[in-house]
Design a protein. Structure first.
Length: 271
């Protein structure tokens, strides 16, 4: 039976959703979080829609069995397909792309840049959702082939920093200096984990991290359903991964997550 103490579920292809878990630990510190990162199958962004749906349904079953009270789809790539699986869940399902579009539509600038995986870029999901909310805005989206995997494997690793920054420049220079965008949506949750690198490279560029809006929307939804956890102790964070639990624990700590209650291995769905 779902209730106040049931966990909030968070899914991503890998560690990208840690950016959402981090905001959740700050804004909703008493909630228990249950995280699933499909590290054994990432990156999702270079897969087909049918493959992404199969891998997603595997994570949905996991979350449904554990009776999460709300599911945060902390992966933009998966969120582009949310209309194809939302009805399969018995709890509310939030899309990080919707959260990013909501936040971007409210910003003052006219020209919005979006960096995302190739899949997210090719669906045209961001221009469509922002266009519905603020038709006067121009949205220029860019698909990045390697960036999510670089973050997954090099987060917090000084040796990988140059590689990561070179890829960021390759993807962002044209948007910033050529298109002269007014702000940039981090349209892949992995990119939010290297927000500091992006700020250093482009100090004047306002960034939109959809994680902030996503957690605010989750709080409002749980409050509306009377499902917020009002106890006084800190909530737990249980992480499951189809990748390496040792690597996930290390990355979770580098991302700033605290507490990290447990990190466990989970069998991978092979396609
Ligand atoms: N973190 C994911 C996103 O927000 C996807 C990264 C990937 O697996 O390609 O799109």
């Amino acid at each position: 039976m779902r209730g106040h103490t049931s966990p909030i579920g968070i899914i991503d292809s890998g560690i990208g959703g840690f950016s959402v878990a981090l905001r959740a630990q700050r804004l909703l510190p008493h909630e228990n979080l249950l995280y699933f990162g499909d590290g054994g199958n990432m990156p999702y962004g270079n897969h087909s829609a049918e493959e992404i749906l199969a891998m997603t349904r595997y994570m949905l079953r996991f979350m449904e069995e554990r009776e999460v009270k709300i599911l945060l789809v902390a992966c933009n790539t998966i969120s582009c397909l949310v209309d194809r699986f939302r009805a399969e869940m018995t709890c509310p399902v939030l899309s990080v792309v919707q959260a990013g579009a909501d936040a971007a539509a409210r910003l003052p600038g006219k020209k919005i840049g979006v960096v995302a995986t190739c899949f997210t870029h090719n669906t045209g999901c961001y221009p469509e959702l922002i266009g519905k909310l603020a038709p006067e805005k121009q949205v220029i989206s860019r698909g990045c082939t390697k960036l999510a995997a670089l973050v997954e494997h090099h987060l917090g690793d000084p040796a990988g920093r140059e590689k990561l920054n070179a890829d960021l420049r390759e993807n962002l220079d044209e948007l910033v200096y050529g298109e002269k965008i007014d702000c940039c949506v981090l349209g892949c949750t992995h990119y939010s984990l290297v927000e500091g690198n992006i700020e250093e490279l482009y100090p004047k560029l306002p960034l939109v991290d959809p994680a902030d809006q996503m957690v605010k929307t989750a709080e409002a939804e749980l409050e509306r359903r009377n499902l917020l956890n009002y106890r006084s102790e800190r909530g737990t964070l249980e992480i499951y991964t189809t990748g390496s639990p040792e690597e996930y624990r290390e990355k979770a700590e580098k991302a700033g997550l605290d507490p990290v209650t447990s990190v466990r291995s989970y069998p991978r769905l092979s396609l």
